[in-house]
Design a protein around this ligand. Structure first.
Ligand SMILES: Nc1ncnc2c1ncn2[C@@H]1O[C@H](COP(=O)(O)OP(=O)(O)OP(=O)(O)O)[C@@H](O)[C@H]1O
Ligand code: SF4
Ligand SMILES: [Mg+2]
Length: 320
């Protein structure tokens, strides 16, 4: 059986704001098996990017609370000093393709330089080796060597996203976190990038944490799915089970709201809006929108995570 390369235990990430603490990630736990893919899905504002930021320790300045345990290959990364973290985790450990980063390439610098520079500046890798690694990474993502000499405006959207993947691979990571890497791309380019990610995973023995609001993409790529709602993981399990037998009312609604080319179905929507994380609803955070709401219970007590069948867990009182 494959072993766990990452274990996230009761992780919290709160931001400070003038109105109070924003509880973006509020006590989430999950494990990721080596060379597997876990998809994190959920509506906008549910805390997906904040989860990625917490795992990769790319924290903004206004962190109010960063707590819990993140075990990478058995090491609790939260306890490492920055220098040790850099050596043990940032290089050759956990890498990230941040959300929307495709358009943040510097327009006046050549692509190759932009990939190589962090290696030289942050990771003290010699210039020649950094350029060598850059070319290797570009080839790995299916780009020609001469792309290194081009400026970002000379590349298509799909090529830019490949450059971003190359940038994440250049440190030779074990885990790659991909935050909505295909959202801005047309459907064919999306499919190309997903196929590329699958090939790279096999070739480089990568483990992926794939963040998306698109359940169809998640089902294509992921072995496991974690469904996030308002800073909590409300359902976690093997992706096939989640699609065939979603347990949480939120997951059921989320699936019912997605169009399918395989089945003809009436599309549903989820009434109401995701709650504010400044002052989330009491008890079950989904209770104001839930059709199965149990009065006197759901608005008072936060549900526990119940394990229905091995590995398939759901945070809902219906399964108590
Ligand atoms: N640096 C920050 N300071 C204060 N609040 C923040 C910060 N970053 C995110 N938030 C808030 O934390 C919550 C979770 O945001 P996050 O970006 O993690 O959501 P998300 O699930 O990735 O959403 P999307 O699908 O839109 O990318 C939101 O309410 C957001 O406004
Ligand atoms: S705990 Fe209650 S409100 Fe929450 S999802 Fe389950 S039934 Fe709905
Ligand atoms: Mg996000």
């Amino acid at each position: 059986m494959s072993e766990e390369i990452l274990k996230v235990k009761e992780v919290k990430l709160y931001y400070s704001s003038i109105k109070g603490a924003i509880r973006a990630v509020d006590g989430i736990s999950f494990g990721v098996l080596k060379e597997n893919t876990i998809a994190i899905v959920g509506e906008s504002g549910s805390g997906k990017t904040s989860t990625a930021i917490a795992i990769s320790r790319l924290l903004p300045r206004n962190v109010f609370l960063y707590d819990g345990q993140i075990l990478f290959d058995g090491i609790n990364t939260m306890e490492l000093e920055e220098e040790e973290y850099r050596k043990k985790v940032r290089i050759g450990g956990i890498s990230m393709v941040p959300q929307g980063v495709m358009n943040s390439l510097n327009p006046v610098l050549k692509v190759g330089f932009q990939i190589a520079e962090p290696l030289i500046v942050h990771y003290n890798i010699e210039k020649r080796e950094a350029m060598g690694r850059t070319i290797e990474a570009l080839k790995m993502v299916g780009l020609r060597e001469d792309v290194a000499d081009r400026y970002p405006h000379e590349l298509s959207g799909g090529m830019k996203q490949r450059v971003m993947v190359a940038m994440a691979l250049v440190t030779n990571p074990k885990i790659v976190i991909l935050d909505e890497p295909t959202s801005a791309l047309d459907i064919l380019t999306q499919a190309n990038i997903i196929n590329l990610l699958k090939r790279l995973q096999k070739k480089m023995h990568l483990t992926y944490i794939y963040i998306t609001h698109d359940l169809a993409v998640a089902s294509e790529l992921a072995d496991w799915v974690a469904v996030m709602y308002a800073g909590h993981i409300v359902e976690l399990g093997p992706s096939a089970r989640i699609y065939e037998e979603p347990l949480h009312p939120y997951t059921q609604k989320l699936l019912a709201s997605v169009a399918s080319i395989r089945k003809e179905k009436k599309l549903e929507f989820i009434p109401g809006a995701p709650p504010s994380l400044l002052n989330p609803p009491s008890g079950c955070r989904f209770h104001p929108r839930c059709p199965y709401f149990i009065k006197g219970k759901c608005e008072i007590e936060e549900p526990l995570l119940f394990e229905r069948v091995k590995g398939h867990k759901v945070k809902c009182w219906l399964y108590a």
